[in-house]
Design a protein. Structure first.
Length: 187
């Protein structure tokens, strides 16, 4: 597959500006992935090859390196989002390649600092990522996955107009799968 990294693009919404992952995001990422409330949803329990709980600064750098590498390979990836008015980083949202039930897929995801939960920022950033995926990257379908108890993420998926597709095992844990096709998104 040819490198698409040259297509990295900043995107904006009414309240947010998203920048493709770069080393400049390390401080926010350490805060985000080191937060116990955030980690409880991303790494909820130990399983083979995955520790539970908050990530160390070294682990966070590895996550950012993987996100930067994803942008190098693809025409999409994770954006780190700032409030347009204050300039404060609020978290990440974006697109990544994954596997669902053994099949390749592209996932939309979001991770927002707890102080910004309940403000609609995850939905706003994720909607911009979906738009980018369908319009700029030419994707045909985008999925979203969450733990069944994660009511906040389930609400974001519904707000995005994504359709439930049942339960799957993902990253060794039961997850709820939602999906959106380009045609459904355009409708």
């Amino acid at each position: 597959m040819p490198s698409h990294g040259a297509h990295k693009a900043a995107i904006e919404t009414d309240r947010l500006t998203g920048q493709p992952t770069s080393p400049a995001h390390v401080d926010c990422a350490v805060e985000l992935f080191g937060d116990t409330e955030v980690a409880a949803w991303i790494w909820p329990e130990e399983r083979e090859g995955v520790d539970s709980g908050p990530r160390s600064p070294d682990q966070v750098r590895q996550i950012l390196d993987a996100q930067i590498e994803h942008w190098t390979r693809e025409s999409f990836g994770w954006w780190w989002w700032r409030e347009r008015e204050s300039g404060r980083l609020v978290g990440e949202a974006g697109l990544q390649r994954t596997t669902v039930d053994g099949s390749p897929a592209v996932e939309v995801g979001w991770t927002i600092l707890p102080e910004h939960w309940g403000k609609g920022l995850a939905s706003e950033a994720a909607a911009a990522a979906l738009r980018y995926g369908f319009v700029r990257a030419g994707l045909k379908e985008i999925v979203a996955l969450t733990l069944p108890a994660n009511e906040r993420s389930l609400a974001v998926m519904r707000k995005l107009g994504m359709e439930p597709r049942g339960e799957v095992t993902h990253a060794g844990l039961p997850h709820v799968l939602f999906a959106q096709t380009r045609e459904g998104w355009q409708a």
